[in-house]
Structure formats: C-alpha cells, structure tokens
Design a protein around this ligand. Structure first.
Ligand SMILES: Cc1ncc(COP(=O)(O)O)c(C=O)c1O
Length: 369
C-alpha cells in the first residue's frame, strides 16, 4: 500500500465541481488581480479568524513582510523569532533591513520559549514573531505580557495554523497582526501562491493594503514606496470555496492524529506530538521524534511510505544566516529536535488503514534499532 506524504488530488476530487464553478465566475468577470473575489474571501477569512480585517497578499512571505513594514520595522531594528521555522519568517525580517534575533524553543511544543525572550531584547528590538509550528500555537499570554511591558509588536506567523486555537482564541487574532500562507499544501491551500494578514488595527490594515499595491490607495497616487504583493482573483475564489470545508478537514486531521497517537503508544523510541492544555492543535504536520531519523525515513520510503523533515537545519546554521555568527550549540533544543524530526503522512483524507500501515513499519524499524 502506497502512503504519500500529502495527497492534494484526493481533496481536489471532493470539491471539483465547486472549484470549477468558482474559477468560471472569475473568468466571466475577468477579475484576475485583486478585485471582488479577493475582497469576498478577505471578509470571510476575517470572520473565520475573529478579527476585524484581513488583507489578501501574494504569499505567506509577503504577509510577514507587509505586516513588518506596516508596523514600521526598518533598517537597524531587531525582531525576535525562533530558529526552527521555515526560512520565510527570517527572510521577511531581513528584507525590511532588520536583523532576526533567535531564541530557543520549548522542548514539548517546539514553539518559542517565552522564558528566553527577555534576555534577547535590546534597545533595537521592535517586534516578536512567534511561529505556531506544525499547527499548534505558541504560549501567547507570557509573550504578550513581555511585549506589552517592553512596548514591542507581536506578529503571529500562523502559516501552519489556520483555525488553531489558544485558550479558545483563533490563530492570528491575538497579536498585532497574524500572517497566513495559503501555499497549496497548507491546511487552507490555494491553487497557486497566496497569503493574508489579519488584524484588528484599522490603520495597519489600511497601510498594508497600500503597501501590497505599490503604495497607492487611489490609482497612480503613490503615497508610499510599496510593492506588488496582491492576491490573484482565482486564488480568492478558490480559497472561499475551500474555507467552507476547512472545519471538517481540520477535524479529519485531528482524528488522524488521534489514531497515530493511539497506535504509537508504547513505542518507546518514538516521541509523539503533545497537544498543550491551552491549545487546539490543527496538525498541519504530525512530527514525531526518533533517534536515527534518516534511517527510518529511508526504511519507510523503501516500503512506499513517504515522510518529510520540517526542518533539517535550524535557520541560524544555514549558509544564508552565516553572517549572524551563531554556531552549533546556540539553540540546543531547536538543534536536537531538527536532528530527530520526522513528519509522517498527514492530510484529512488519509485512511486509518494507511496510518496503520505507517505505524506497522515504524514498529518494525523500532525493534531493529
Ligand atoms: C512558518 C511559515 N512561515 C512562512 C511561510 C511562507 O509562506 P509562503 O510559502 O506562502 O510564502 C511558510 C510556508 O511554508 C511557513 O511554513
């Protein structure tokens, strides 16, 4: 039995008719760049997140960049984030001319460890970006408390956490801004590139809408130096269709995670993900930790079971961030987990039989080590 890491086709087949109708409407109206379908999705996504505003942009990377620029982060500033995330979190900081300052993560949730933040704050610190890794939110209360005390902005990188919750509040709705990626493989994925920033701050929303559209609020009256970071009309229409299904897909992911949890109980070589008491985890990624991770991935691949690694190298050890001069040992929790993470197949349509097959092979491997 083949078990893919992700199966976008299975999900597409289940909504094929709705998607065709939605795309046809965009074609009929030739509303290709921005326009009414993006505006409609923005309204729906803000309501879903429980925020007043949502601005559609070209990608999750754009979302982070527009939020940082919108809040005035610029050259000479520092922004605190984590090293175990996708590079885009740090790239967006760098493209504002600011410096990413990393703090280590919590060994259970793999999210920003709030107890490490104070020591990383300097006079140059402007903002904190917690990343809701794998679909579980960071511990936001202590992060917000520090931010309020030190007058720092909080930008949530919720790219992996559509619909995740912290004490009943939705991802993206707690900080000054919440940034989402709708990359096709995400829990809410476009059929191309797309992203959004949600916020309750009207002024910030207005500024980001200008920044994403070459700094103009009125055509050709450019009052800011912006960028082209608009969302396509087709993506807006596709995302509106898919948003209606997201709650059911999230339940599918949570059901599958529970099956993995149960079947992997007692496999002492494997550490399964833990849902924090404050959290509703949406399992964008179901990452286990296993010593000898590369051998396990190779053994599973031989049996046609396909896994991922998120992420093999923490950001501070990448060539692109060599200039920060942060060597091995700087962030021990992030470094150790990067060596052991294996992302198991996870998507709503994954069957219990497929999960059983994955676990059967993991157990076979565990006995052999
Ligand atoms: C945590 C995180 N931040 C940012 C991004 C960037 O999103 P995009 O690929 O849509 O630019 C991603 C997407 O992979 C992500 O996982």
């Amino acid at each position: 039995m083949k078990v893919p890491y992700l199966d976008l086709k299975a999900q597409y087949e289940s909504i094929r008719g709705e998607i065709a109708d939605a795309i046809q409407q965009v074609l009929d109206k030739t509303a290709f760049a921005g326009g009414p379908f993006v505006a409609q999705f923005e309204k729906e996504f803000a309501a879903f997140c429980g925020t007043r505003f949502s601005a559609g942009v070209g990608s999750g990377t754009d979302a982070l960049w527009m939020a940082l620029l919108g809040l005035g982060v610029s050259a000479g500033d520092e922004v605190i984030t984590v090293p175990d995330t996708f590079i885009a979190t740090a790239e967006a900081i760098s493209w504002c001319g600011a410096k990413p300052v990393f703090v280590d993560v919590d060994p259970v949730t793999y999210n920003m460890d709030p107890s490490k933040i104070e020591a990383a704050i300097t006079r140059k610190t402007k903002a904190i970006i917690p990343v809701h890794l794998f679909g579980q939110m960071a511990d936001m209360d202590p992060i917000l408390e520090i931010a309020r005390k030190r007058k720092l902005f909080v930008i949530e990188d919720a790219s992996q956490a559509h619909g995740a919750e912290y004490k009943g509040k939705k991802a993206g709705s707690i900080g000054d801004a919440g940034c989402f990626s709708f990359y096709p493989g995400k829990n809410l994925g476009a059929y191309g590139e797309a992203g959004a920033v949600v916020t309750n701050n009207e002024e910030l929303d207005k500024k980001m809408r200008m920044l994403r559209d070459h700094g103009q609020a009125k055509k050709y009256y450019h009052s800011l130096i912006g960028w082209n970071a608009r969302m396509d009309g087709i993506q807006g229409a596709v995302l509106s269709v898919k948003l209606r299904h997201l709650p059911a897909w999230t339940e599918g992911r949570r059901r599958n995670a529970a099956v993995y949890d149960e079947l992997l109980k007692g496999v002492t070589e494997v550490t399964t993900p833990k849902e924090a008491a404050y959290a509703k985890h949406v399992y964008h990624i179901y990452a286990i930790r296993v010593p000898g991770r590369d051998r396990l991935i190779a053994a599973l691949a031989e049996k046609d079971i396909h896994c991922g690694i998120h992420y093999p190298i923490p950001l501070h050890l990448l060539d692109s961030y060599k200039s920060l001069n942060l060597g091995k040992g700087s962030f021990p929790v992030a470094e150790k987990s990067a060596e052991e993470f294996v992302s198991l197949p996870m998507f709503p349509e994954l069957s219990a039989d497929q999960i059983g097959r994955v676990v059967e092979e993991i157990k076979r491997f565990a006995i052999a080590i």
